[in-house]
Design a protein around this ligand. Structure first.
Ligand code: TYD
Length: 135
C-alpha cells in the first residue's frame, strides 16, 4: 500500500476569511527544515519525476489546482490537489510526478530535510529496481 496520507487540516477561518495553522506533531509528523513553493508553472510542464531515499514531505496546493501522481511497489495513485485545507504526506520510496498545473497554481512543499541531491533518485529504472525489492 502506498505510504502516504491525505491530511485534512483544521480550519480556523471566521467572518474575516480563512486561516490554517500547521504545527509539529499536531498537524505535521516531522520537523520542517525546508519550505519551497512552485508557481507560474508553464502550460504542459511536469515537475518532480523523482523519488527520495529518506525525505518526508507534505504537499499543499494553496491556490489553483494540479495533479500529483504517486507510485510505490504496489502501484500508482493520482491525487487532484485543489484545496489549501488538505495536504498529501509522502514518506518512503515513492516516485512522484506533478502535472496539469492551473495557471494560478501555487504549490507549497514542506520538507523534513534541507536540499540534498544525494537523497534523490532521479532515474526511473533505478527507482523500479529498488522498489521491486519490496515486492
Ligand atoms: P527540481 O528538483 O527540478 O524541482 P522539482 O523536483 O520540483 O521539479 O529543482 C529545480 C532546481 O531548483 C534545481 O536546480 C535544484 C533547485 N532546488 C533547490 O536549490 N532547492 C530545493 O529545495 C529544490 C526543491 C530545488
Amino acid at each position: 500500500m502506498i505510504e502516504q496520507r491525505l491530511i485534512e487540516f483544521q480550519k480556523h477561518g471566521d467572518d474575516r476569511g480563512e486561516l490554517v495553522a500547521l504545527e509539529y506533531m499536531k498537524d505535521i509528523p516531522f520537523k520542517v527544515e525546508r519550505v519551497y513553493y512552485i508557481f507560474d508553472t508553464k502550460l504542459g510542464s511536469v515537475r518532480g519525476c523523482h523519488a527520495h531515499k529518506a525525505l518526508e514531505q507534505i504537499l499543499i496546493c494553496l491556490k489553483g489546482s494540479c495533479t500529483l501522481s504517486l507510485e510505490d511497489f504496489s502501484g500508482r495513485k493520482e491525487y487532484l490537489l485543489k484545496s489549501p485545507f488538505k495536504g498529501v504526506f509522502i514518506s518512503g520510496l515513492i516516485w512522484r510526478e506533478i502535472y496539469d498545473f492551473s495557471d494560478d497554481c501555487i504549490l507549497l512543499v514542506l520538507s523534513s530535510e534541507c536540499f540534498d541531491e544525494n537523497d534523490y533518485i532521479r532515474d526511473y529504472a533505478e527507482f523500479k529496481n529498488r522498489v521491486n525489492k519490496f515486492v
